[in-house]
Write a protein that binds this ligand. Structure first.
Ligand code: FAD
Length: 412
């Protein structure tokens, strides 16, 4: 394995010693920090940005995460924050309506996906973590180097506002997302699966007379989803992989027209889109690491397995990784020693669920999305999918996979 081994070339302003150093204050990192701090483990969470605000970074809190928050006694307070709920995922196609997932049918304690800004969720989790004395959050900490000694990772160096800092730890966790710096520094190369699409995200105004239900629309070679976000609709417009430049070259009026045809409800307000900067492009990727750990280092969440947005499960899976990691490693960290086999256990428990959901996403991509994007004819739902969606027990499988995953994690 090729590693970028850090050389001590900076003047270090301060060296901090902790038990677990987590890089990345996204859902995976923030939740792991909370769970470890709650167990009495000293934990330092390093986040590159100065705040949690980001436009369209994924705002869905799935039933499995609501269950986890329930186990922590936090769910009622979280659900007091302004949110909307998605209970069914229905697609309108030119050939009729298709319910891809009906979470209501599953008889869960929280039978819905809560949509709330991820920034609010992360503020909520880190505020809770701050009530534990061992928790230390550093915002504006851009981690750039791993510290390695005798073949073991024993911390990181980061750039803060006024210089370089060092955090030394028994365990370093890379929860730094799909472009993980730690993954690269550690010499890990993810295995990528092919993905047929990218997604353009933008907002359109919501009117009082609009219905409340989130859903999707497929027709004439285009796909869009509409998510109810209270004051506005969050629109995800799915395009063929790498197709953004072509759409941009065709101009905003052409995009507005396509959206108006695909989503007739939005036809009276597509003029709200006046500048390309109102549109965020998500270059969709799906990949996974063959090994999530090295001595002293564990990767979780998107850093270990970047998720396609199909079924919107990235946050769900990052948080379940955090729960399993805290269950397995919490007590070991408290006693000051984590062995390679403990890190391997985290990967073993989380790898299969991740592979199953990625296979499910590929199945939907290859059977429905590729077909829908490449054809201006009526979308024909493949017979296998039609059979699945109409067979009583089997039709709950997509909803269950989306809502909970194959083996939902529980807080020990
Ligand atoms: C546009 C978009 C829309 C999405 N929509 C959904 C959705 O609706 N539902 C869903 O479940 N998922 C969605 N996702 C995916 C979801 O956001 C991710 O799967 C999920 O956030 C992964 O969590 P994570 O904690 O592993 O990483 P991230 O959420 O990516 O968090 C990583 C954190 O690490 C920080 N960081 C990165 N590098 C460094 C560094 N060197 N030093 C310090 N900090 C660093 C980043 O600033 C970031 O805060 C979407 C993703 C995108 C990009």
């Amino acid at each position: 394995m090729q590693h970028e081994i850090a050389t001590q070339k900076h003047e270090i302003k301060q060296v901090e010693q902790t038990t677990c150093c987590i890089v990345g204050g996204g859902p995976g990192g923030a939740m792991l920090a909370l769970l470890l701090a709650r167990k009495g483990v000293a934990v330092t969470l390093l986040e590159a940005h100065m705040d949690f605000e980001r436009e369209f970074r994924g705002d869905s809190i799935h039933p499995s995460v609501l269950n986890i928050l329930d186990e922590l006694g936090l769910v009622d307070r979280l659900l007091q924050l302004q949110h909307t709920e998605v209970r069914k995922f229905r697609f309108q196609t030119v050939g009729g309506e298709m319910t891809l997932a009906n979470i209501d049918e599953l008889k869960l304690k929280y039978p819905f996906i809560a949509l709330l800004p991820q920034s609010k969720f992360l503020e909520f989790v880190t505020t809770e973590a701050k009530s534990y004395p061992g928790f230390h959050l550093v915002m504006g900490a851009q981690v750039d180097e791993l510290i390695e000694e005798n073949g073991k990772v024993c911390g990181v160096r980061y750039r803060g506002a006024d210089g370089w800092y060092e955090v030394r730890a028994i365990l370093t966790v890379g929860a730094d997302g799909r472009f993980s710096r730690l993954r690269r520094l550690a010499g890990f190369e993810p295995v990528a699966s092919s993905v047929p699409m990218d997604v353009l995200w933008f907002r359109l105004p919501q009117h009082l007379s609009d219905g409340q239900e989130s859903g999707g629309h497929i027709g004439n070679g285009h796909i869009a989803i509409m998510l109810n976000r209270f004051e506005y609709w969050q629109i995800g417009y799915v395009i063929p992989k790498g197709g953004y430049q072509e759409i941009r070259a065709a101009g905003l009026p052409a995009l507005r027209q396509t959206i108006a045809e695909l989503l007739p409800l939005m036809a009276d307000r597509v003029d709200y889109l006046q500048e390309w900067k109102q549109i965020s492009v998500l270059s969709v990727e799906s990949n996974r690491l063959l090994q999530w750990y090295r001595p002293g280092l564990l990767l979780i969440g998107d850093a270990a397995h970047t998720m396609s947005p199909v079924a919107g499960v990235g946050i769900n899976y990052a948080i379940q990784d955090a729960v399993v990691a805290a269950n397995i490693l919490g007590d070991k960290l408290k006693h000051g020693s984590v062995q390679l086999k403990d890190l391997a256990r985290v990967q073993r428990q989380r790898e299969l669920p991740t592979r199953i959901i990625q296979a499910f996403q590929s199945f939907l991509q290859n059977t429905i999305l590729t077909n829908a994007l490449s054809s201006d004819k009526l979308l024909t739902i493949p017979p296998l999918v039609r059979l699945m969606l109409s067979t009583p027990v089997i039709r709950t499988v997509p909803a269950r996979l989306m809502a909970l995953g194959p083996w939902p994690a529980h807080v020990k």
